[in-house]
Design a protein around this ligand. Structure first.
Ligand code: FES
Length: 595
């Protein structure tokens, strides 16, 4: 049923159940907000969206007030304007005024609100007691002095990720956003996905900054510093420079990285292609053992292992399903292991002098590279991880005019890749890339270009399913003749939990499941430019598919640099050297406070 109301003298019609804020947005009227976040239940705590409603005794927060028939709303009256301004002033009174030195300077929602409302001074004294900055994890920093208690971080952690690390603690003036039982994030079950940092409106939660470390390596003449860029960076980095979401900046990104001083600009896409070869063979091997050999110990479905936040989640919440996770390292870690062995050997460089820097859309990648087992090369395989946001800052620090850069090309051999690697960036992409290769390996037939996309696993639906029936298989794969493989794709950990529950209970009979920790996959990662709405996610996904479709090679097994890698160095998929460098294992874990 439609509701008719009036906002600022304009007639508006919205569906029953819509809030006043949604009604205003539907008619192009902007009401300022702070705690409200699309897709997450609004706490209605900040009072920045107050409006006047005829007949109501007090001003009402538009984000949690339901629109009703005949309602008359004023958003620009003096009373509403003054009340909203007071809400912001009170927040500023509890907020340190060190904007120039804050990581969010220039992209802080509170700063912007203060500017928009013409707040030039704060009339109230700053009385908030200082809280120590929490730097206890490898990925995230929490500065609770800057927290405005908007609870966006709590909403995304609980509603979207279903993890519930963050929760309000204490009452009244003493309220803070707490983490688990202890004071620091390391005391809590936190998967370090960084979704909290991607929605924090101020500088209260942010990625642990590695920019100075990377400058240090680049300034050291004894070091050979190489960089890899994850598939999702190219569709989002432009937003740091004012470009519209979904503007692909692959060539400018390469040129900028070269200008920053990296000796080689490589691509994580290279090892995304390699992941498909290794993971595809692992999947087929599991199927062979289960179906042809009748080995009941084989664990199916096989879960993908590219997303370190997802791996953390499994280690904390579903340790019994760890044997279902592919043993393949993530493309980031495969790259690091190969850069300090294969590449160093090929170039005649002592691996101790090779520094590997990753540009990742993900804060959990900072944690992943520090895991004890990620040193197959004899050194820490990946030295430093920068998020997309940090790379944007680094390019600005260097004074590079990003928008005027010409397009560059990645270096060989670890910069060569296919369209299948591009689509690792979005939910469903790893599955689609794997199907492109597995189909051709099993049947020996070429998949026509117009049948490369697997529509059921595309898009932003939380849980997606598809089936693949094998027919006319090659002799080695005859046991698959007529078999229908069931696959599923989940993104966002609340959706992943549903899959895990179905698998654990035996309700689901999937063979292969892709899980990405962040909503939308890596294009919506916790280290990407803020704020990531579904419109932004869709724009980035469109850009990634366009990148894939523009490639001459679109299947991982067609990558000649990967063929050469096996010929010169690895031998064969799942071979001895692959196992040494490219595969790993995981174990159940507890937060630091309880282990
Ligand atoms: Fe409505 Fe915060 S945005 S109360």
């Amino acid at each position: 049923m439609a509701i008719k109301l009036t906002i600022d003298n304009q007639p508006v019609s919205v569906a029953d159940g819509a809030t006043v804020l949604e009604a205003a947005q539907a008619t192009g009227i902007k009401i300022p907000t702070l705690c409200h976040l699309d897709g997450v239940s609004s706490p209605g705590s900040c009072r920045v969206c107050l409006v006047e409603i005829e007949g109501a005794r007090t001003l009402q927060p538009s984000c949690v007030t339901a629109a009703s028939e005949g309602m008359v709303v004023k958003t620009t009256s003096k009373t509403a304007r003054q009340a909203r301004k007071l809400s912001v002033e009170l927040m500023l009174a509890n907020h340190p005024w060190d904007c120039n030195a804050c990581v969010r300077n220039g992209e802080c929602d509170l700063q912007k609100l203060a500017q928009d409302m013409g707040i030039a001074e704060v009339r109230f004294p700053y009385v908030k007691p200082a809280t120590p900055i929490d730097q206890s994890t490898d990925a995230l920093v929490r500065d609770m002095d800057k927290c405005v208690l908007c609870r966006r971080c709590i909403g995304v952690c609980q509603d979207v990720q279903g993890v519930g690390t963050l929760a309000p603690r204490n009452r009244g003036f003493d309220t803070i956003v707490g983490s688990g039982a202890g004071d620091n994030l390391c005391d809590a079950i936190c998967v370090q996905c960084g979704q909290c940092s991607a929605v924090c409106p101020v500088g209260a939660i942010y990625e642990k900054d590695s920019i100075e470390d990377v400058w240090g390596a680049l300034d050291d003449p004894s070091k050979h510093v190489v960089v890899q860029t994850a598939p999702a960076i190219r569709a989002a980095l432009g937003e740091c420079f004012g470009l519209e979401p979904g503007t692909c900046v692959t060539g400018k990104m390469v040129t900028a990285l070269r200008r920053l001083g990296f000796a080689k600009v490589f691509d994580t896409n290279f090892t995304a292609d390699l992941t498909i070869i290794e993971e595809g063979h692992e999947f087929l091997t599991r199927l062979k053992k289960a179906l042809a050999d009748g080995d009941a110990s084989v664990k199916l479905p096989m879960f993908t292992s590219c997303s370190p936040g997802w791996i953390n989640y499994m280690e904390y919440f579903y340790p019994n399903l760890i044997p279902n996770i592919s043993t393949c390292k993530s493309p980031q870690q495969m790259f690091g292991a190969l850069a300090k062995t294969y590449y160093a050997e090929k170039q005649g460089i002592d691996p101790k002098d090779v520094v590997v820097v990753s540009i990742m859309p993900c804060t959990a990648k900072k944690f992943e590279c520090e895991r004890d087992e990620m040193n197959a090369s004899g050194f820490q395989d990946v030295d430093y991880v920068l998020t997309t946001r940090e790379l944007g800052r680094m390019i600005k620090q260097a004074g590079i005019d990003f928008l005027s850069l010409s397009d560059g090309e990645q270096d060989s051999p670890m910069g060569m890749s296919t369209g299948a690697a591009d689509i690792f960036a979005n939910t469903g992409g790893v599955m689609e890339a794997a199907i492109r290769t597995v189909y051709e390996v099993v049947t020996g037939r070429e998949l026509p270009m117009d049948r490369l996309h697997v529509a059921p696993v595309q898009g932003l639906q939380g849980l997606k399913e598809a089936e693949l029936t094998f027919q006319n298989c090659l002799d080695d794969w005859k046991f698959l003749e007529g078999v229908t493989a069931k696959v599923a794709v989940a993104h966002g950990l609340a959706n992943a939990r549903k899959v895990c529950e179905m698998v654990a209970s035996g309700e689901a009979d999937y063979h292969f499941v892709e899980v990405m920790c962040c909503p939308g996959g890596c294009i919506g990662g916790g280290g990407q430019p803020r704020l990531t709405s579904n419109d932004v996610r869709n724009a980035r996904i469109k850009a990634i598919y366009a990148e894939d479709e523009g490639r001459p090679m679109r299947k991982s097994h067609e990558n000649p640099a990967i063929t050469q890698l096996y010929k010169d160095f690895l031998g064969q998929p799942l071979g001895h050297k692959s196992h040494e460098l490219l595969h790993t294992g995981y174990a159940a874990k507890q937060p630091a406070a309880t282990s």
